[in-house]
Design a protein around this ligand. Sequence first.
Ligand SMILES: [Ca+2]
Ligand SMILES: [Ca+2]
Length: 208
Amino acid sequence: MKTRIVWIVVAMAMSNLLPATGCELSECMEGDCSEGPDTENPDTGQHVQHFRYVLIRDLEDSESDSYGTNGVEIDGVELRHGGSANFADHVEFISFGSGETDFQDQNQVLGTPEGTCETEDGNFVSLGGTGGTGGYLVVSFETASGDPQAIMNGDQVVVHECGDTIEFYNVFIGLEVDITGPHWHPCGQTMSGVATCTVIGLPEIPDQ
Ligand SMILES: [Ca+2]
Ligand SMILES: [Ca+2]
């Protein structure tokens, strides 16, 4: 529990205190920082960057079971945006905790979740808990036309986690894939099983 509290505090500090200038690559200076077109705010005329990434952070102890299913089991990740359901199209980053996990095929989190969560099917990943480098998963989505899907305030993220054993995870929305970057915004804390968080309070990050 103490670890979870520390993480939440750190995440809140990251999202609130760090300067809103996370983009320092040279190409960002030419307006090519985000993947796809930016958006002009109709109120301010300012161009802003799009949040595009969903981060799931495993909160489980790494040695909680001996079945090769340590950490949370992720079957799929869903983004409800503009009245339609999108399922994860890309795994941008994945790392596993130190707990033994026999389910590390990242492709199993893509597309429509199967919902069976049987070890013989193996259609999920087990993130391995918090030990070592920790269990993290970053996914992104595409529009129907194949462009990167922006994540906006009011969207919902549904994480399809196998709920046979109650295990917990946090969900963040981000601008960049780098999990150590400054622009990860909390969506849901200590979620378990198939659970939904609503995206609220995403700040407008000016394009550079
Ligand atoms: Ca597990
Ligand atoms: Ca799956």
